[in-house]
Write a protein that binds this ligand. Structure first.
Ligand code: HEM
Length: 207
């Protein structure tokens, strides 16, 4: 029999994982194609993705798919992502988490305060990207001021979203070993849950 700390616990079901990876794949395409359209120095990326004409046509379409997939994830997870008093305290002292000194930090539930903030930030940025991107997609129907604003806001929001996702990917892979298994196979070990999400583990229905 398996040592109890190695016992596997379900964390994400197949639907959650499928939607998450649809979000991730469409986000990566939207990011790379967007970067190639944004800067001459990055235009070579368009070559890798099938050429400038293809990228210009596909960037808005795949980006809309990203927003739809994220919207589905948002509807599934929005209740679990509401911040409680413990999350707010955790966020106030999150520098301790970054310094790997968890002593005195409140116990973490299914997600920590940082994960929850990332969720809300990406949701807000997705709305900004959709609105500003629509202006850039149909410029002939938009007033000049709106076009000028969109030219500034769209890349700024995209860069902010990319920054957040770089941190997210680092946390989900190298920084917290065992996390990726949750998003690939749907399970984590009891030891992982006890170390990173003890309040969640304690409140899980007992088998
Ligand atoms: C591109 C590569 C990506 C990788 C490798 C990745 C990895 C992961 C992993 C391992 C988890 C589970 C964390 C846990 O169990 O606590 C997770 C959760 C999550 N992912 Fe991703 N992800 C990626 C892209 C994205 C993108 C593009 C978004 C949204 C724009 C996103 C949004 C989320 C959210 C909201 C969660 C739940 C809360 C959290 O863990 O932050 N992910 N991801």
């Amino acid at each position: 029999m398996k040592n109890s700390s190695q016992q596997l616990i379900p964390r994400f079901n197949a639907v959650e994982r499928a939607i998450h990876w649809a979000v991730a794949i469409t986000f990566v395409y939207a990011t790379l194609s967007g970067l190639s359209l944004w800067s001459r120095k990055l235009y070579w990326i368009a070559g890798v993705l099938g050429g400038g004409v293809t990228v210009r046509a596909m960037h808005p379409l795949i980006s809309v798919l990203f927003v739809l997939a994220f919207g589905r994830l948002f509807l599934k997870w929005r209740r679990e992502m509401v911040l409680d008093a413990d999350d707010r305290t955790w966020l106030r002292y999150s520098y301790k988490y970054a310094l790997k000194d968890d002593a005195g930090l409140p116990e973490v539930g299914k997600y920590n305060g940082g994960q929850k903030m990332q969720f809300w930030a990406q949701a807000a940025l997705a709305v900004v990207l959709l609105c500003s991107g629509t202006v850039l997609w149909f410029p002939e129907y938009m007033p000049r001021t709106l076009r000028l604003a969109a030219v500034l806001i769209h890349p700024a929001a995209a860069l902010a979203a990319m920054g957040g996702i770089i941190v997210h990917v680092y946390m989900g892979t190298a920084a917290v070993p065992g996390s990726l298994k949750a998003m690939i196979r749907g399970v984590v070990t009891r030891r992982w849950a006890a170390a990173h999400h003890p309040k969640w583990l304690r409140n899980l229905p007992q088998p």
